[in-house]
Design a binder for this molecule. Structure first.
Ligand SMILES: [Zn+2]
Length: 423
């Protein structure tokens, strides 16, 4: 009898316990808006790895030519003279394995003016970025094609350049180090609907920048998130992000758009990697755009936590994440609709791409859909928020005027399409 009563009691207790657990789980699901970890099909080890730090110095040669890497975003691992007019600039990545983003940046000057031959000698990659030249670090010109000679192995190249007493900057792309990016970010301050802020510091103490476009009443709003510069050399993607954000700020419909929307911008996610002249990784030797699962690196953790907290505090709803990058040609990496049904605006992407084609002369959208694989932001926006995620890639050599035009029109069309909704 006793044991019957006991087991009945036990059963009741179990049922109650189960119900409590179910309620807890359900409420967890319901309010499951905290930062989640995600098991992507192809996980990546993003624990901190060793990096090689380049020695910051001047290299003086007997031929009277000096090379120098003592500035932010520089990359020059060694510099040696071959003969009176030929020199080797050795370029290495911060660590390996690394995807081929062979960034270089250094200054040269000489006692006398003459034509010199500078070979970019890569170790751990091969030539990718067509050289840009500058005499002030601000205004850049593309080296003439006929002044660039490819080695027979297609790994190294030799530049034919005039070098004299005035400093000549040579870099893979226009230099956009943290100081220059800070100037841009500070310049946004004071414009209508713009708030600038920092969300913390990178591993080595550099500011993590944030920009909010809102009318001050963000509660329950739909949110668009913009990310940039996870990968240091991807300057063309950064230039597109700048054009995109500046066009949003200038858009005639911005005020109306901000009635129901807020735009959150993280313009420089890897400031340490940028200033250290890295090919791809942060100061922890990790590709940040593979860390959107367990947030092992401080920069991804800061951005992800800040965004999720912001959204939860204002009971807002992330619709869309745009992450700006660079690759060999313009491309939009999207989530494959056959594998993934985003919950927010699955209709947006096709309308947006069609609008770009109709508004930009001779423009064909190059869309590459794929399912969830590695822990990149595109998949994270979906896994974390059910949102649409698009990687906005600009070609390394896309003309800068085109980058501005595409950035502007894609911003204006995004506003138009999101305001109209799915008609
Ligand atoms: Zn990238």
């Amino acid at each position: 009898m006793n044991s019957y009563r006991n087991s009945k009691y036990q059963a009741t207790t179990n049922i109650v316990l189960c119900m409590v657990l179910i309620v807890m789980f359900a409420s967890c699901e319901f309010s499951g808006r905290g930062l989640k970890t995600h098991d992507f099909p192809k996980p990546v080890d993003t624990h901190t790895k060793a990096i090689e730090r380049q020695e910051k110095r001047s290299y003086h040669t007997e031929a009277g030519l000096t090379a120098d890497n003592r500035f932010d975003a520089a990359r020059l691992n060694n510099f040696v003279q071959i003969n009176d007019s030929s020199f080797l600039a050795e370029i290495r990545p911060e660590n390996q394995p690394v995807n081929n983003s062979a960034w270089y940046a250094f200054k040269l000057w000489a006692e006398d003016s003459a034509t010199r031959y500078i070979t970019l000698k890569y170790d751990g990659g091969k030539h990718r970025y067509h050289p840009k030249l500058s005499d002030d670090g601000e205004n850049w010109l593309r080296l003439n094609d006929d002044a660039l000679i490819y080695d027979s192995d297609s790994i190294n190249v030799t530049l034919q350049v005039e070098i004299g007493p005035d400093t000549l900057w040579i870099a893979g792309q226009e230099i956009q180090d943290t100081e220059r990016v800070h100037q841009w970010w500070e310049g946004l301050n004071g414009q209508s609907f713009v708030t600038i802020d920092t969300i913390g510091r990178s591993a080595l103490g550099r500011k993590m920048l944030f920009v909010e476009l809102s009318n001050g009443e963000q509660k329950d709003n739909d949110v668009i998130v913009i990310l940039s510069r996870q990968h240091p050399p991807e300057v063309t993607g950064f230039l597109a992000m700048k054009a995109f954000v500046e066009s949003l700020i200038r858009a005639k419909k911005l005020e109306a758009f901000l009635e129901n929307h807020t735009v959150l911008i993280y313009p420089m996610i890897n400031p340490d990697g940028v200033d250290m002249g890295h090919w791809r990784h942060n100061s922890g030797g990790v590709d940040l755009n593979r860390d959107w699962a367990y947030y092992r690196q401080p920069e991804t953790k800061l951005v992800a936590t800040h965004l999720v907290d912001w959204v939860n505090e204002l009971q807002a709803n992330v619709l869309l994440g745009l992450d700006f990058h660079s690759t060999y040609k313009d491309v939009f990496y999207t989530l494959d609709e056959n594998e993934i049904q985003t919950k927010t605006i699955p209709w947006f992407r096709n309308q947006w791409f069609a609008a770009l084609e109709s508004k930009i002369e001779n423009y064909l959208t190059n869309e590459k859909p794929a399912g969830l694989r590695t822990p990149v932001t595109k998949g994270w926006f979906y896994s974390q928020f059910g949102a649409e995620g698009i990687t906005y890639e600009i070609g390394d050599d896309t003309p800068r005027e085109d980058i501005k035009r595409i950035g502007k029109i894609s911003a204006e069309q995004m506003i138009d399409i999101l305001m109209k909704g799915n008609e």
